[in-house]
Design a protein around this ligand. Structure first.
Ligand SMILES: *Cc1c(COP(=O)(O)O)cnc(C)c1O
Length: 403
């Protein structure tokens, strides 16, 4: 497949339109058709006896995919400078679990960022234990403690930036660079930024994982995950994926490709709207903290400006006062925000969060905050007009206050 290098040096917004659209896969239409196939038919016994090379882009059997899945994988590879290939998985969690199982062995130690997506923590601190792998959470903003956490058994580090829910932006080039110095593999959960907002391999990471369920799908109607890497690790991921029987449906791959084509404009729009909504929230008396890296006054903005080439619609804020009933009244009064997990769709969503139970070495509320400032709310800003979203949030604050 493509090696991720682009001789024409096209801009990401153009590559997102062009990527993966090989003529041999699309035929004379724009998109690759949905190849629903378990079986590939051989022409005769001689053809069968020849066997098939275990290479990307060759028919063999449905578990190795067909042009619909190959086109999606190749498109994601082309979007990630420095990548050699992409594996697809039936969900983002499946991608994370499969990557960790592919690169870790009994006796290894995994460093996992303390603000990781909760199922990532659960895999690392729970399931991996039964394979004799020890996971140690680290504070992604404490570089001295991170460096001290390495031992001669540290095989990999799992990074996420911004962190789930609490949105800390860490210095990924530093964390990944130190991992490389210590001969450990760095894995980044790049779901928030995607390769458009954070070229992970170029910034020093070894494997970039995404939940395609979020931004790439973009329409809240499919689940999928991906892992993109350079040649050596891609080969390893591919072998493990074949052992574990990972395959995605061609219908879902086709939907993901459709989502991918508008990724760049959707991210630009939701980033601009999120900035506007976050700025407005930071001026409201009911709000104690806005956790939005795109906002100049938010923590992590400096590193975000230095390392990221884009944002998205996902950020959090914290209510003043610490009364859970207030938060529930606020959320229930919202009309344009659906209450639900996931994010990155065309429609806005809201979810309350209390990260304390999912943290080991970073306190919540953080040091220096009022102890009442602990009720989190996460927003996923969609493609609605931000003025309507702000009006909706305003009436929900009024409903919260009038009880
Ligand atoms: C949702 C999410 C995942 C998991 O993806 P699924 O497709 O829901 O399994 C992984 N990482 C992050 C940061 C997420 O938000």
């Amino acid at each position: 497949m493509s090696d991720g290098d682009d001789p024409k040096n096209l801009k990401p917004g153009t590559r997102v339109v062009e990527a993966g659209r090989r003529k041999e896969w699309t035929g004379s239409v724009v998109n690759p058709p949905v190849w629903r196939a378990s079986t590939h038919l051989y022409t005769d016994s001689k053809d069968l006896a020849k066997g098939r090379p275990n290479e990307d882009g060759h028919f063999y059997y449905g578990r190795r995919g067909a042009p619909t899945q190959w086109a999606l994988a190749e498109a994601l590879t082309e979007l990630e400078p420095g990548a050699a290939g992409t594996m697809l998985y039936p969900s983002g969690v499946a991608a994370i679990a499969n990557v960790l199982l592919a690169i870790l062995e009994p006796g290894d130690v995994l460093l996992v960022t303390d603000n990781a997506y909760e199922p990532t923590r659960n895999i690392a601190l729970g399931m991996l234990k039964q394979y004799g792998i020890e996971a140690r959470p680290f504070d992604p903003l404490d570089h001295a403690a991170y460096e001290a956490a390495f031992c001669d058994k540290t095989r990999a580090v799992m990074i996420e930036s911004p962190g789930s829910l609490t949105m800390e932006v860490c210095d990924v080039p530093f964390l990944a660079g130190l991992a490389r110095d210590k001969c450990a593999i760095s894995v980044l959960d790049n779901t928030w930024a995607t390769a458009l907002g954070f070229p992970a391999l170029e910034r020093g990471c070894d494997i970039s994982v995404m939940s395609l369920t979020k931004h790439v799908g973009g329409h809240s109607d499919l689940m999928m995950g991906s892992a993109t890497a350079g040649k050596e690790l891609y080969t390893k991921l591919r072998r493990a994926s074949q052992h574990m029987g990972q395959v995605v449906s061609p219908d879902d791959a086709s939907l993901a490709l459709r989502g991918l084509r508008t990724l760049s404009v959707r991210l630009e729009k939701s980033t601009a709207s999120a900035r506007e909504v976050a700025q407005w929230l930071s001026e409201q008396p009911e709000v104690s903290h806005v956790l939005c890296p795109m906002l100049p006054q938010s923590g992590g903005h400096d590193i975000w400006s230095r390392d990221f080439t884009g944002g998205c619609g996902l950020f959090s804020f914290v209510l003043k006062g610490g009364r859970p009933d207030d938060r529930a009244r606020f959320i229930d009064a919202l009309e344009l925000f659906g209450i639900g997990y996931s994010w990155g769709g065309f429609e806005s969503l809201v979810i309350p969060f209390d990260p304390g139970r999912a943290r080991s070495v970073t306190p919540w509320p953080p040091q220096g905050w009022n102890s009442d400032d602990r009720l989190g709310i996460r927003l996923s800003i969609g493609l609605e007009d931000p003025a309507d979203l702000i009006a909706d949030l305003g009436q929900a604050f009024a409903a919260m206050g009038s009880a």
